[in-house]
Design a protein around this ligand. Sequence first.
Ligand SMILES: Cc1ncc(COP(=O)(O)O)c(C=O)c1O
Length: 439
Amino acid sequence: MDDNNTTNHAQLTPNGSVMHVLSSDDIEILDDGKTVRDFIDSKIEELGSASNEELFYVANLDSIVERHLRWISNLPRVKPFYAVKCNNTPAVIRMLSALDTGFDCASKAEIELVLSHGVTPNRIIYAHPAKPLSHIRYACTHGVDLMTFDSKDELVKISRHHAQAKLVLRIAVDDSESLVRLSSKFGARLVSVGGLLEHARKLELEVIGVSFHVGSGCTGSLAFKRAIADARNVFDVANSAGFQMSLLDIGGGFFAREDFHVKFEEFSDVINESLDKFFPPDSGVTIIAEPGRYYMESAFTLAVNVIAKRVDDMDEHCNDEENHPDRVMMYYINDGVYGSLNCLVNDPAHSSVEPYLHKAVVDSEPKYRSVIWGPTCNSFDKVSDGCWMPELQVGDWLLIDNMGAYSTCLTTDFNGFEKAHIYIVVSAKTWHAGNLFCT
Ligand SMILES: Cc1ncc(COP(=O)(O)O)c(C=O)c1O
């Protein structure tokens, strides 16, 4: 790999700002101290005055920059290759490109997307161990050489369609501490590593590294410690088989929610210690990772509208209008599990959300047991059950934070409901201060 691409220095535009990389056409620059919340307030006011209930996300690019700075100060030896599958919003790709991350692509379309934003092929890893032939050919003709494999059949495919590829052997690791386990689907068992390497040798393929993924939403840092030790063993086997091993890819799985009990910094300490033990700086091994959730989760806030309401009185003899424990408020909002909130069924690492009312309410307002439903005709489409909220009215807005990971890319048009529009915002400070991205 090109050394210049493995440092954590952002690519600065000539005048030291990011504005040439991000076009202002589709980005709202927050100046005069305007905050993201101010933007949301004015957007809701604008929509309200037009009786428009259009749901929307606000994507805050500053949050991505903050995450990036936190990454490079905690994991200085690990170059992030952002996992595009997590959120493929073009402005996000352009922002990360300006920050000089690499990109983990899972398909031809993701490679195409990243290349279309000016990313050079040597900043891409095609990190899917089970690739369609046509996608391998696309990678080959577009100069994307770095790719993963975990089977003999994949080696045969690659030898026929991209013989010059630089291969990274994905191994299965202990993912029992992760909320989304991946090693049951991908990764060679350690016992099969010798045979795979021998097969690569016969096919005259170049294996240059090892990758793993501890699973998405990893809750225990020791998973990384064990996996890095496993990778060291594979390096030793490969080096003694004559391969020039130079790349370790520690995958994704990083959490950074402030409300999560294990902090990113604690994970980083364990990872750094293991890297220094098994892959010290003088080993010459380049270390990369494929974070997705880490970069995106806090960057997006979703704004949804209450489109319908029904009051369910469990006790027909009760006339007490306020604070009645048997009264259940049913609200129907214009997004749900078939839309942006698909995480509720698809993502065990984000299996509940906490919608909160956009308008201000006084503490003394009576609270009702409330069930929030998505807009479709399916009763599976439930967003939140049994929370206590002040009474909402049709037309009220609810906000949901931390909606950036595995949301926009997984929405369907089931029942014909519209998808959330994405408004991109960035502070004037970030927009103009390119030097912020230089470490
Ligand atoms: C190969 C690969 N890399 C990276 C990621 C991103 O993982 P995360 O969002 O947990 O960081 C995934 C998620 O499924 C993946 O499959």
